[in-house]
Design a protein around this ligand. Structure first.
Ligand code: HEM
Length: 327
């Protein structure tokens, strides 16, 4: 197979720059996930995810991030193939005398494993955000009350202890009475029917709002209704537009990380990421020519601290949910 000719050092520098960017993202991602450990019913974490899901700059960043992941994989695969092509079937008789990190040979394998485990991770969270897989959702209460009809329906239902369906039935009954008395004109009737249709549309949403308190789905500060089902999310988005009800990652993570097999899969994920990063960190400095005898030791130590910090923070999040759930 003839691959387009790009100088291998250009490819290496690109891989290193992208890897540096991904490493910064990973540390940030690990630290942000620490919010899952707060016992605030998702106030911090979900507010953070809401910001991440709605801010235009973050959306652009996400596209760049995904492109970087893809490019990192394609370029490294390309480097492996072109290196093999250049070397042919012959193996070197003389082993290289330069000291290679013991993990360096594992890089392609840990890379493939990360890809597989990343797929599991995306299946758990990211694909829910994309709407490809059902999960749990949340909605901002203030978004719902932008419709005054909902406010009115909820208030009447709460005041008279009735369901939204009863409220619609009572309105229908009242309209029939007025119609039978012949006291209503054509245009007025059409307007009332239009209003009633709007209210009918809002019944599933009113159900969600009214039940939120009883089902303990209302956040402590009253700003969010959490743990909504896929059907409830669809009902809300059908009326208010796509994206109004967003994934409730806090409660999803809190539920997932109480299951031992999921915890073990994630701990394996972090270990493999750690092994990959351990070599990757010093490799980035080497490729970019930022290492020299004076700083090599410091780079090595910072690399070890970085890898342990990332792996420990991620593990702390998962175990911080799992261990307390045992008691
Ligand atoms: C405790 C462990 C982790 C948790 C709880 C977690 C949680 C999440 C959540 C909730 C999302 C969706 C956020 C959103 O799109 O708004 C996400 C996305 C993502 N995660 Fe993780 N994650 C963890 C570990 C990891 C690890 C180890 C990696 C990489 C090796 C990783 C890579 C990604 C990527 C690339 C995305 C998509 C980009 C984004 O939307 O920010 N995650 N993660």
């Amino acid at each position: 197979m003839n691959l387009p000719q790009i100088h291998s050092i250009t490819k290496k520098i690109l891989v290193a720059l992208i890897a540096a960017f991904l490493m910064i993202f990973l540390l940030f991602h690990a630290c942000a996930n620490l919010c899952i450990l707060r016992n605030d019913d998702g106030a911090w974490y979900n507010a953070f995810c809401h910001f991440m899901g709605t801010n235009i700059f973050v959306k652009v960043f996400e596209i760049i991030l995904m492109a970087c992941f893809l490019l990192h994989m394609c370029l490294t695969l390309w480097l492996v193939i072109t290196n093999r092509q250049a070397r042919g079937t012959e193996r070197y008789h003389q082993r290289s005398k330069t000291k290679t990190h013991p993990y360096s040979k594992l890089m392609p394998w840990t890379g493939v494993l990360i890809l597989l485990l990343l797929f599991v991770h995306f299946h758990d969270f990211y694909f829910v955000k994309m709407g490809w897989i059902p999960g749990n959702y949340m909605v901002q209460t203030k978004e719902l009350f932008t419709k005054p009809e909902l406010n009115q329906m909820v208030q009447v239902c709460q005041q008279y202890n009735m369901t939204p369906q009863d409220y619609i039935a009572a309105n229908d009954q009242q309209l029939e009475q007025v119609k039978s008395q012949g006291q209503i004109g054509e245009q007025e009737l059409a307007e009332i029917n239009e209003q009633l249709d709007k209210l009918r549309e809002l019944v599933p949403v009113a159900d969600v709002v009214i039940n939120a308190q009883a089902d303990k789905k209302l956040s402590e500060d009253g700003q969010y209704i959490n743990q909504l089902s896929y059907e409830e999310r669809n009902a809300i988005n059908a009326v208010y537009g796509k994206g109004t009800a967003e994934p409730d990652f806090y409660h999803m993570a809190r539920v997932k990380f109480t299951k031992l097999y999921i915890v073990l899969i994630y701990l394996l994920f972090f270990a493999v990421v750690g092994i990959h990063l351990r070599h990757g960190f010093s490799s980035v400095f080497q490729t970019l020519g930022l290492n020299n005898y004076k700083y090599n030791k410091a780079i090595e130590i910072i690399g070890i601290i970085y890898v342990w910090a990332v792996c420990c923070i991620f593990s702390l999040v998962v175990l911080g949910v799992y261990i307390p759930s045992l008691f």
